[in-house]
Design a protein around this ligand. Structure first.
Ligand code: UD1
Length: 439
């Protein structure tokens, strides 16, 4: 039976204190998929203990990968007994990142399948670029109702020109190119830090991948990759989420192990809106906020633009701004499902085409909301902690897909949050939710 997590939040308390940023979800998932390419044991350090990582480990074990949990954040994986598979597991559908197993399995075994990827529901999430990229290596890729199937006698490097810098398609192209014959050049590649982390993981294992210029990646195929130990980089979205939560509650936060240089689109916006932000050394960021934010306008874009994964949380922070703010969403057309819940806190947020228009209120009030996806859940928590009174957040287990120990971290900063797990069957019909996918 599925369990739903319900949070009870007593708002109106500034967050205050220090927090260590966990490993990056969006780097961990492609790196985990890439372990299929490696002969021998891989040790990963700093993996975030989140549900999406557990889900990916499960999908790898279904494919024959041996997974050992050594200690918190530390795992040993060995894919030597993983077998070529044409089976698309239904479990794949619960995790968007499972699509990386298509390219990884194809590279490792020349044959792979994934159950149709799920994902947070913010509009159509096509896979045409993934299929195009793998076909460019000579693979036959079939799109069926139940899944995607790829097969190739051999993979041959070539030119891949992505019409949009899709993170997922770039990852699949890099994975296929790593063990393909000859040289590949990927034009229009995604530049996200998590793509760079995958590249540095693969290169440490013996791959020959070079970023020629921003958006162009050259890969000289190698025959095999060697065992390695690797630390996953810190999570820029987690870091950004906590900065926004601290700012919304008019508190003070000091992040340790913050991602170096990756928040260059968020930090200036925070300063512009009136926060005092300062960096200490290369991996510490501090923020202090005392007032209502000044209004700002921002557009979400592929990296180095403002990340779509911080859009709902930024909206929650701006719900208290002195004037009118706008967030233009240019990555996922329908990433606005958070709006209704945010209005329940008293926020004046409306959608105009691809834009969220936010007219700031002096205060927000406690509300009862149901989270529709991972980052919306983080936005509701932001609003609940900034609001006066008590809030209930249903479907808050979605947070655990992407945030490591969020309640423990927030309670240490002074948040007053209690949680309860309730069997979905015990809830009213309206609150029952099927198993959901994630980003
Ligand atoms: C996206 C984010 C990524 C984040 C991840 C998890 C961007 C550019 N990507 O990656 O940073 O880590 O969510 O939240 O911000 N698209 C196609 N065809 C395809 C694939 C994608 O048209 O085959 C389109 C999508 O509809 C979307 C855009 O490309 O509009 C971005 O998609 P993509 O980067 O592939 O998404 P994710 O890999 O999920």
């Amino acid at each position: 039976m599925l369990a739903m997590k319900i949070l009870r939040v007593s708002g109106g308390r500034p967050l205050f204190g220090e927090l260590v940023v966990s490993g990056s979800k969006n780097a961990a998932l492609p790196i985990l998929a890439a372990t299929l390419l490696i002969r021998g044991t891989v040790e990963l350090i700093g993996l975030p203990e989140i549900r999406d990582v557990s889900a990916m480990l499960h999908l790898l074990s279904l494919r024959g990968v041996r997974v050992e949990h050594l200690e918190r954040g530390r795992y040993r994986l060995n894919a030597e007994e993983a077998s070529p598979s044409s089976v698309a597991f239904p479990e794949d559908g619960g995790l968007r990142g499972s699509i990386y197993l298509l390219g990884a399995g194809l590279a490792a075994h020349r044959r792979s399948a994934v159950g149709l990827p799920g994902g947070c529901d913010f509009g159509e999430r096509p896979h045409d670029l993934h299929c195009y990229a793998l076909r460019a290596f000579g693979a036959k890729v079939l799109e069926r109702e139940k899944g995607l199937y790829a097969e190739a006698r051999s993979l041959v490097g070539g030119e891949i020109r992505l019409s949009y810098p899709s993170v997922g398609a770039t990852v699949n192209a890099i994975l296929a190119a790593t063990l393909a014959k000859g040289r590949s050049v990927i034009y229009g590649a995604a530049r996200e830090p998590h793509v760079m982390d995958l590249i540095s993981f693969l290169n440490r294992s013996g791959a020959r991948i070079k970023v020629l210029e921003q958006g162009t990646v050259a890969v000289s195929g190698v025959e095999r990759l060697a065992p390695l130990s690797y630390r996953v980089m810190p999570d820029m979205i987690e870091a950004g989420s906590y900065l926004l939560m601290a700012a919304a509650t008019r508190g003070e936060i000091h992040l340790r192990r913050a991602p170096e240089g990756q928040l260059s689109s968020l930090l200036p916006l925070l300063s512009e809106s009136g926060c005092r932000v300062w960096e200490i050394g290369s991996d510490e960021i501090a923020l202090e906020m005392r007032d209502r934010p000044k209004p700002i306008s921002v557009t979400t874009e592929p990296y180095p633009g403002f990340p779509t994964d911080l859009h709902p949380q930024l909206s929650a922070y701006l719900a208290l701004c002195l004037g009118e703010s706008r967030i233009r969403e240019m990555v996922f057309r329908d990433r606005f499902r958070y709006l209704m819940g945010l209005s329940a806190f008293g926020a004046n947020v409306t959608r105009e085409g691809r834009e969220a228009r936010i007219v700031g209120r002096e205060r927000l009030f406690g509300a009862r909301v149901t989270a529709p996806d991972l980052r919306a859940a983080a936005a509701y928590l932001t609003a609940a902690m900034a609001a006066e009174g008590e809030s209930l957040i249903l479907s808050a287990e979605l947070l655990l897909r992407g945030y490591e120990a969020p309640l423990r971290k927030l309670r240490r900063l002074g948040a007053v949050i209690s949680d309860a797990d309730v069997e979905c069957g015990a809830l009213p019909q309206a609150d029952r939710r099927a198993a959901r996918g994630s980003e």
